[in-house]
Structure formats: C-alpha cells, structure tokens
Design a protein around this ligand. Sequence first.
Ligand code: GLU
Length: 477
Amino acid sequence: MNTQTMEPGFRDSVDQMFNRAVGLMDLSPGLEEKIRVCNATYTVRFGVRLRGKIQTFTGYRSVHSEHMEPVKGGIRYSMGVDQQEVEALAALMTYKCALVEAPFGGSKGGLCIDPREWDEHELELITRRFAYELIKRDLINPSQNVPAPDMGTGEREMAWIADQYKRMHTTDINGNACVTGKPLNAGGIAGRVEATGRGVQYALRAFFRDEEGVKKSGMSGDLDGKRIIVQGLGNVGYHAAKFLSEEDGSVITGVIERDGALFNPDGIDVEKVREWIAKHGGIAGYADRHYLENGAKILEEECDILIPAALEGVINLQNADRIKAALIIEAANGPVTAGADEILRDKNVVIIPDMYANAGGVTVSYFEWVKNLSHIRFGRMGRRQEESRHQLLITELERLSKDKDLGWSLSPDFKDKYLRGAGELELVRSGLDDTMRIAYQSMADVWHGRDDVTDLRTAAYLVAIGKVAASYRAKGL
Ligand code: GLU
C-alpha cells in the first residue's frame, strides 16, 4: 500500500483487476486461486569484485504460472525492482502470453541496479554473474525459463546471457533458445528490437478498425491526424511514436521524459528528439520554447491518444481525474493503477490494456525462440521459390500483352513489390500483425458481446484467464 495515495501496490493492483474479471467467470475457487498466485520467486544476492571492493547485488526471478513451459518474461535492471514488482510483472506475462497465444507460462526477472552507474565491462561482469546464478538453478533454460529484454536491458545483455548459458552447457544444441532479444548476429531475429513499438502500432490499427470500439471512445475516423502524447522515449515509446507519425499520419504533440517534457500542438520530430536524448542524456535544452520541467503535467494535456511507455503506476488516484485523452494505450506494464482504472472507466476513457498493447515483444520473442529451435532463418527455404512463381506470372502477362497486342505494361513499382519474396523481417511483421488482429478480435468479441463487460481490460482478462483455465483443466487439475 502506498500510504500517501492510499493505493494498493503493483502486485495488489494486478490482483484487483484479476478479481474483477474472475468475478464474472464460473471458475472453481480452487482453480481461481491456482491461477492468481505466483508459483515461486527466487531471490539471489551475489557479490562481484568491482572498483576495488565486493559489491553486492540483489536479483529476482519469479515464476507465476507453469501451465505451459517454458515460462517467459523479461529481465529488468532498475532501482525500483523488488519482489512485489517482479511478481506483478510475472503475473502479467502469464495473461499476456495466453491472450496472444504464445505457448508460454509467465515469468519475470529483475536486478536492483541503476545501469547508468556502471560501465559496459562492469555490467557484463554483473550480468554474467546474475545469469550464472539463474542458469545453475534452471531459471534460465531453453525448455524451462526463457528471459528477454525489459526496462534497462537490451540486446547486449541478452547476448551475454546466451553466451554464459552456452559456456555452462557446452553440448546443448538448443543453447541459443535460452534467451530471446539477442542481436541478429548472435542468434536473434529481424524485427525484435522494434517489436513492442510495432505491436503498439498494430494494436492501434486494430482498434481503429473496430467501429463500435471507436464509437465508445467518442472518437471517429482512423489514426490519421490523431494527436498523441507519449510518455517515455525508450525502445517501446520511440518505435511506437516513430511508426505512428511516419506511417499512419498521427501527430506526436507531447513527449515526456525523466527530466521534463516537450509539448507542441504542431507536432514533434521524434527522430530528432531521440538523437538529442542519445547525445545529451535527456530532453532539457531541446527546443526550449516547447520544454516544460514538470513533465507529469503533460500527461493531463488535451490529446486523442495517450501512450504511457515508461513506468508502472504513472496514472493513479492523484491525476486520473485530470486525464483528457479519449484513448490510453498501455505500452508499459501497469501504468494505470486499479484505482485510476476505475476513475477512467467512469469517464468513458477507453484503455487498451498492457497485456495486449505491449504483447508485440513477447510475440516476436516466440518467433525467435522457434527460429533458434529450428536452426534456420525464416524465409530461407521459400523466398526464392515464391519470387520465381511470381516471375512466372509476370512473364506470362507480358507475353500475353505482346502477343495479343494489348499494349499493357505493368508499373515498375508494382513489379518490384510483387516480385520481392518475403524475407525474415516481412514474415515477422506479418506474424505480429496477425497475432495482434486475432487477439484484438478475441477481446472485442467479449467487450461488445457481454452486457456485464464494459471495458477492454476486463475483456482481456476474461479471454486470458479462460485460456489458462482450459489448459489447467486439460491437465486434469
Ligand atoms: N519484457 C517484455 C514484456 O514485458 C518481453 C518479454 C519477452 O519477450 O519474453 O513483455
């Protein structure tokens, strides 16, 4: 409980949302409890000799549900990491994987560390040591527990973890599948870095295809011209904002970062801001006339869509009432507390919930894991075959036009696009798009189809819990 705001902590907030949904289901109390509880949380404290002395670190790996194995979920590096945060995030992984039909149970890990305080070599030593502690207990393992990047970690850390696993399991031919989110040249997959942001874009496109949903939000039309405020220009927020502004005609009117915010109703150039942050470590100093030190205030600005893509709990009892967005899409995990969720529901703000909105990451992780187990790049077998069949058709059309003197000519742009067979990136994006559309539809069917379900989050929980329950039942539980 946060005593200042009288709000429950993150773990309780997730449970409250779960309970709300489960109250509308007909599960036996035993099964309900089995799904809700976190199976196990492992805490490790280890020392690494750095800067002339032994530094002690605390890390966690929590396994929420093993109804399917391996269990899956990222490893976070942040000073906010503690047992309840990791458990809440592990629970969300269970529901997320179920909702998007990634065949995994839910897990999450974290290390209580500020990664900006350590240099690369030190981080490598710390990461390898943490990985060693988890690997030796099978808490990192291709068939049991497969981590991935999360806040504060990325491709680099995943490459160290994979390498550490392979050093400890020299004959495991599937070693690369022990972790996802690796760099492309170390067993990764094309499109994993952009995946979560890309998933947010696909989720929004799916929403705007749903006329009934759009009507419930009080908006109309599509993404073109919609004003968007993004909180957090890290990997997820940056890619989402970039794709939405470059490909869907949306206007990014606000960007909120750790050290303040930018607000410009005419639109912000996401690419330039990202470059500025990379160089200066924050947004202060970029376009002063649009800069505001109190970044949180911008969450409450007029806009169509709000994308919290940073921390949990940023929309809470303190500010929920003042949020003006018609639609919130939770690119982060848990950005809206259970209390704020209730206030926003009363205000008819539509919330696309985290377990769906940011599922692009784990979806592409699933593709990477399958790629690692099959030891072949997607598209390698079929691409040229596809191209030669398309060439056959083009040649025939051109022959017909010539023989019959029809005067047809195919536009070079069409020919170029049609002839190009799908490579790994195209296949990954297609698989992700398909996943996001199907999962959206499953939530929307419940949202629009049941009188007792008035929001997408409850619909998402109902679908996800239903799937986890079915899989426990199939096991005879
Ligand atoms: N950390 C990401 C999440 O919260 C990705 C997890 C994964 O790819 O396993 O969904």
